[in-house]
Design a protein around this ligand. Structure first.
Ligand code: NAP
Length: 364
């Protein structure tokens, strides 16, 4: 048997792109997709419904599903909030790897996702913190942070002679489809649609400071390419990388472009407590679903507003220096963020998640 990939979080923003990309390539003899809920996209992957909190369940499921040939793990599962303090989530990686090892899977490579909360963006209160651009060598913040736990686990296992190599990356916000906790694309697309239907300008709902700071972010499809590339390039393994689309931006520049694709004007920013205000528009969303024949996803599942509410008020710049990944030889990271949003807005319209407004067909 050739290379066999096991992807956790397969239904999430990163997992679905990785599963699709692995399946589209003929280099993988099998793809195993792990999540609790079913996949909502076409896939030939072996589906495993597994709760990573249930350690005993891992053993019995691997036995019953005859999981014996896994060579590559792409660990993209996550549950929780913005604090990154969960020891449980950190422990998922250890449990998973150790159960696969104890079932004699010939592991060669383990990837796990991190993000720029490694640098403490979720703790920032004041302009200037944390300092940018983030470099992979920056000192850690005072713990806990489950990214540190996962990375320490990999480093320690490698020191003790693990046969597998590892990588992690540290992107900013990820742009792609999911019904997950952190999703700028869904937050912006649904917010814009509601502004459109209410005939309001698309006002940036964060602080004026957040409108002006520098951000970077990363396309979910690009991140899948990064993972697969790293898994094949031994010289680039056993280390962490910053990664982004290729540019940095201010919402001051990006927001009017996002609004234009919905045929909307913008107005000066005004901080809106999205988690409190958006639930009021549940009935409106139900009528939008009906009017445009959209997929009927309950409004409270469609978008969680916490992520936009936290990030759009950033007191400081949030971007990484992605030179290390370029120096290692990865040739992506050549996109403007507006192109990425535009492609995904069109994809959401195609999926019937948002209306197919005429301006979405305009060029980026
Ligand atoms: N989203 C972003 O913008 C972003 C940016 C930078 C870094 N990150 C980091 O990337 C990592 C993954 O986050 P994400 O946003 O990509 O996740 P996500 O889209 O919310 O997906 C999470 C996945 O984990 C699965 N999952 C949740 N609880 C599980 C459990 N108990 N057992 C098995 N599977 C479970 C979910 O599927 P089921 O619910 O069906 O099980 C889903 O497939 C996190 O560490 C996050 O901090 C995310």
């Amino acid at each position: 048997m050739g290379k066999v990939a096991l992807v956790t979080g397969a239904s999430g923003i990163q997992g679905r792109s990785v599963v699709k990309k692995l399946e589209a390539s003929n280099e993988w003899s099998k793809v195993i997709a792990v999540s609790r809920s079913p996949l909502d996209f076409e896939s030939k992957a072996q589906r495993i419904s597994l709760d990573l909190n249930d350690k005993g369940g891992l053993k019995s499921t691997f036995n019953s599903e005859k999981i014996k040939d896994v060579t590559h793990v792409f660990h993209l599962a996550f549950a929780g909030d913005m604090t990154n303090t969960s020891r449980t989530v950190a422990g998922w990686l250890n449990n998973l790897v150790e159960e696969l090892e104890s079932a004699d899977n010939p592991l060669e490579y383990v990837f796990f996702a991190s993000g720029n909360k490694y640098y403490g963006v979720h703790l920032a209160q004041l302009p200037g913190e944390p300092k940018t651009p983030f470099r992979e060598t920056d000192p850690r913040h005072f713990p806990p942070n489950f990214y540190y736990d996962m990375e320490d686990y990999a480093i320690e296992r490698k020191k003790k002679g693990a046969k597998w190599n590892w990588n992690t990356y540290r992107p900013g916000p990820i742009i792609g489809y999911s019904l997950g906790y952190m999703n700028w694309l869904m937050e912006f697309a649904v917010y814009a649609t509601i502004c459109k239907e209410k005939n309001l300008p698309m006002r940036y709902p964060g602080t004026p400071q957040g409108y002006r700071v520098l951000f970077d972010c990363a396309d979910a499809d690009l991140l899948a390419d990064v993972q697969i590339w790293l898994s094949k390039n031994k010289h680039a393994q056993n280390t962490a990388y910053n990664v982004n689309n290729g540019d940095v931006f201010r919402f001051e520049q990006l927001w009017p472009k996002l609004a234009e694709w919905f045929g909307l004007d913008v107005a000066p920013p005004l901080h809106i407590p999205l988690t409190k205000f958006m639930p009021h528009h549940k009935d409106l969303w139900a009528s939008i679903v009906k009017k445009y024949d959209l997929k009927d996803i309950p409004f409270e599942k469609l978008v969680r507003w916490d992520f936009a509410e936290a990030t759009l008020n950033a007191p400081s710049d949030e971007f990484g220096d992605a030179t290390k990944l370029r120096k290692a030889g990865f040739e992506g990271q050549k996109m403007y963020t507006e192109e990425v949003f535009h492609r995904w807005f069109k994809e959401l319209a195609k999926m019937r998640i948002i209306p197919d407004y005429p301006n979405l067909d305009k060029k980026s």
